[in-house]
Write a protein that binds this ligand. Structure first.
Ligand SMILES: [Zn+2]
Ligand SMILES: [Zn+2]
Length: 235
């Protein structure tokens, strides 16, 4: 059933909560982009490493992270990056389905404990001009708004980090070249001394990009950096 909504391209959906049909099955879904049954069937992560979110039988820190601890302290992922989550992520990023941002934010809000500052993974200004919006910023904005009740106050810093160098798409590169590709790509002008920082992104693949940003945030004083991502690839 997926298809026409994905191919219909670049029309931005209105932010207003209008009755709509489920993007996946076409059933009525009130004001949500997916109906309840389709949402419940999205591929979740089973037990996973708290640092990198890769599978780990008992939910303990995985061998890779034990051998080489990543620059970040935790990764929370709402789903596995697999069908149909991959299509949903692409629908937000490339087809401007902005109604998916609050949907993704809802899923993450149930899983995270809160942070002092939320920073979206920045896009390079040239990429931002091409796309017209930063999908990570859209999710971060919605998510910060949902973290008020019962959790510590969380501040959104939309410009908390910036991309100062344009990099090649990580997906086009072999895994062992990805760290080098993003080295020196980010800057942070905030004083983050002692802050618990959460970085919001749509997809985590090798973690090289999130790792590079975490290093920069720690250099700016962050006491802790968590990744809050919509989807995690497992390969
Ligand atoms: Zn459905
Ligand atoms: Zn790990």
């Amino acid at each position: 059933m997926i298809g026409s909504w994905l191919l219909n391209g670049s029309t931005r959906v209105a932010r207003a909560a209008l009755p709509q049909d489920c993007l996946l099955c076409g059933a009525a879904s009130d004001d949500a982009p997916l109906c309840g049954p389709c949402r419940d069937e999205l591929p979740t992560l089973q037990r996973s490493c708290p640092l990198c979110a890769m599978p780990s039988a008992l939910g303990e820190i995985c061998g890779t992270c034990l051998r080489q601890p990543p620059p970040f302290d935790m990764t929370v992922a709402a789903w596995r990056y697999a069908y149909p989550v991959d299509r949903l992520v692409q629908a937000l990023k490339f087809h401007g389905r902005l109604a998916l941002a609050p949907f993704f934010a809802d899923a993450l809000a149930c899983l995270v404990q809160g942070a002092d500052i939320v920073i979206p993974m920045p896009l390079h200004p040239a990429r931002l001009t091409e796309r017209g919006f930063n999908q990570a910023a859209e999710i971060a904005r919605e998510l910060t708004g949902k973290l008020g009740t019962g959790k510590p106050a969380t501040r959104l810093a939309l410009q908390g980090a910036s991309r100062i160098r344009r990099t090649l798409p990580q997906a086009d590169l072999p895994v062992d070249e990805r760290s080098r590709n993003v080295r020196g790509a980010f800057a942070c002008d905030l004083d983050l001394t002692g802050a618990r920082v959460a970085v919001v992104d749509d997809v985590m693949t090798t973690g090289a990009t999130l790792g590079e940003l975490a290093k920069v945030l720690k250099r700016a004083g962050a006491a802790r950096v968590e990744n809050w991502v919509v989807a995690r690839t497992l390969d």
